[in-house]
Write a protein that binds this ligand. Structure first.
Ligand code: PMP
Length: 365
């Protein structure tokens, strides 16, 4: 007996942690700083850490089925009804739910390139297909409705990442509205705001709810996560915000326990800790400004907690940085073999990243 033919499916390449890198190089983990996975350099909110400890003794019980308190807190934040929140096992889980609720076998999704690989992988798991639209480097990866519509060919879902990974660019709400307007009524535009807290922009929830001068729509959804600004990547907690018309579908597509009790209790504590998020966002802004100003390479302006840097040869430079204790993301897998993505760290981490990168670039010049 063999698995079915999976040759059309590619394995997701998760970034390796400090322990793994240190082991591979035969070095001590304390010699490394990791700025490769857009994690929160301040860790989780202290209140979330307390909630995790307090929940430890009850993890032998199944999670609550509804997590009503967390759902209420999220719904309150965005001014939507509780039923419009689809909790999931990370943003990745929310991507799966949206595909499960939308795709018939053979339907396609349209995804950005360069871009986050899991959209396409998930569509294929759900017996769909994926096609790409390009963010043009010549236009500094600008995101416009026209740029997406050029490649649109009747796909059921159009994925927009705003702020975008790995470019850091955003799509203006008026452009997202135009995209939704100019695609057929049966096409859903999903705005992935995994990095939304770091951007100086309104959430696309305004389009779902008809706020800020926009008409309410039933063909836009938003994706969010606790992995980035909230520092809970290891717990796997994310959610989609969907139009009212989509609320009921969740009860039919979610797995028996969409998110763990530990994750939800920590998430509830974290969402109330505004101070931690504000500090995290401020750190990210300072770090990306410093990298833009001081790296001796082209850095694209970013609204995320990372910057994209043109270093000429991403493999050589990322390996040299790793040798010197700084782990960053080689963007070859995004189709950008000359670029690195460097996560915003603390002030000290950012200094180290800037100085080490500039040293490596100077040695190679
Ligand atoms: N969307 C984007 C654009 C991402 O970069 C990521 C994380 N790499 C995710 C979604 C998913 O994040 P998570 O599953 O940790 O919530």
């Amino acid at each position: 007996m063999q698995p079915r033919d999976l040759s059309d499916h590619v394995a997701y390449e998760a970034g390796r942690g400090i322990e793994e890198v240190a082991r591979e190089l035969g070095r001590d983990p304390t010699e490394f700083v990791k700025l490769a996975s857009n994690e929160n350099p301040h860790g989780p909110s202290p209140a979330a850490a307390v909630a995790i400890r307090e929940t430890a003794s009850s993890v032998s019980s199944y999670p609550k089925s509804a997590h009503a308190d967390l759902v209420r807190a999220i719904a309150d934040r965005f001014g939507v009804d509780d039923q419009q929140i689809w909790l999931a096992n990370g943003g990745d889980g929310a991507i799966d739910y949206l595909h499960r609720a939308t795709l018939e076998p053979g339907d396609a999704v349209l995804t950005p390139t360069p871009g986050f690989a899991y959209y396409g992988m998930s569509a294929r798991f759900h017996h769909g297909d994926d096609r790409a639209y390009s963010l043009e480097r010549a236009d500094d990866f600008e995101q416009t409705a026209a740029g997406v519509l050029e490649s649109f060919d009747g796909e059921r879902i159009v994925w927009v990442t705003s702020p975008h990974n790995p470019t850091g660019t955003t799509m203006a709400l008026a452009e997202i509205e135009r995209l939704a307007e100019e695609t057929p009524a049966e096409t859903l535009v999903v705005v992935d705001e995994a990095y939304g807290e770091f951007a100086d922009r309104d959430s696309a929830v305004a389009l779902i709810e008809g706020r800020a001068g926009y008409d309410a729509r039933d063909d836009v959804a938003v994706l969010r996560t606790f992995s980035k600004a909230y520092g809970l990547a290891g717990l796997r907690l994310g959610y989609a915000i969907v139009p009212e018309e989509w609320a009921e579908a969740y009860t039919r597509v979610n797995t028996p326990f969409a998110a763990s009790e530990l994750a939800c209790r920590a998430g509830l504590a974290a969402i109330d800790d505004d101070e931690h998020v504000e500090r995290t966002v401020e750190t990210a802004r300072n770090s990306r400004d410093a990298m833009c100003d001081r790296l001796d390479a082209h850095v694209w302006p970013s609204e995320g907690n990372f910057v994209l840097v043109d270093v000429g040869n991403a493999t050589a430079v990322s390996e040299a940085l790793r040798e010197r204790g700084v782990i960053v993301r080689n963007c070859s897998s995004f189709g950008l073999p000359d670029c690195l993505r460097i996560t915003c760290g603390t002030e000290e981490e950012t200094e180290l990243a800037i100085e080490t990168t500039n040293d490596v670039l100077a040695d190679r010049a």
